[in-house]
Design a protein around this ligand. Structure first.
Ligand SMILES: Cc1cc2nc3c(=O)[nH]c(=O)nc-3n(C[C@H](O)[C@H](O)[C@H](O)COP(=O)(O)O)c2cc1C
Length: 173
């Protein structure tokens, strides 16, 4: 399932629908709803136990996933725009709401993500150009750690220069 060539074909899901998944603490899929399976093009059996990066799109900057993981590992929720890749390389944009799940003792036992159809104007005018700029910065560094650090700092700096944060930006859109 790896080494899928991305296409420039976008796939869509209905406005009223939600793509749902649950993972363990490492991000391995423990649940995927029908909409997830349908849009991503995998059966439930193929998805369960796989890392969530199975739908990772190469256009997504590493920095956004760092922000996601830093936030949820601290026990906070995050709303994030994500470009995902389906089985045959097609892409679909989502606005994801990712939250930690806890046991009775308050320990994080996994994560939950609900994704809705994002506003197209927001993706096209704000998010896609922002992510492309971060990705370009990351692309200047062969070393993965370095690319991540540079991309993350670039993202933070861009947001700072606009007097905002990722959270505030997402809510303002
Ligand atoms: C609940 C949850 C939902 C996630 N949803 C996605 C997703 O829809 N698409 C995606 O590419 N990564 C998603 N991730 C992040 C992946 O775990 C991973 O960090 C990301 O795909 C980058 O993978 P890489 O580090 O192997 O490049 C999710 C993680 C969690 C915990």
């Amino acid at each position: 399932m790896k080494n899928i060539a991305p296409t420039d074909h976008e796939v869509f899901f209905p406005d009223h629908d939600i793509i749902v998944s649950k993972t363990d603490v490492r991000g391995r899929l423990a649940y995927a709803n029908q909409t997830f399976c349908h849009v991503a093009g995998y059966s439930e059996e193929e998805l369960l136990g796989q890392p969530h990066s199975i739908v990772r799109h190469p256009d997504m900057p590493r920095a956004v996933f760092k922000l996601l993981w830093d936030t949820i590992a601290e026990g906070r929720e995050i709303f994030a725009y994500v470009k995902n890749m389906a089985r045959r390389g097609d892409f679909y944009w989502v606005l994801a709401h990712v939250t930690p799940s806890y046991d009775e003792s308050g320990k994080i036992i996994g994560y939950h993500s609900n994704r809705r159809v994002p506003r197209r104007d927001v993706v096209q005018q704000t998010i896609a150009p922002l992510y492309a700029a971060v990705l370009q910065e990351e692309g200047n560094h062969k070393n993965g750690q370095q690319a991540l650090a540079v991309g993350f700092n670039f993202l933070v700096d861009v947001l700072k220069s606009k007097n905002t944060t990722y959270d505030a930006l997402i809510f303002s859109l």
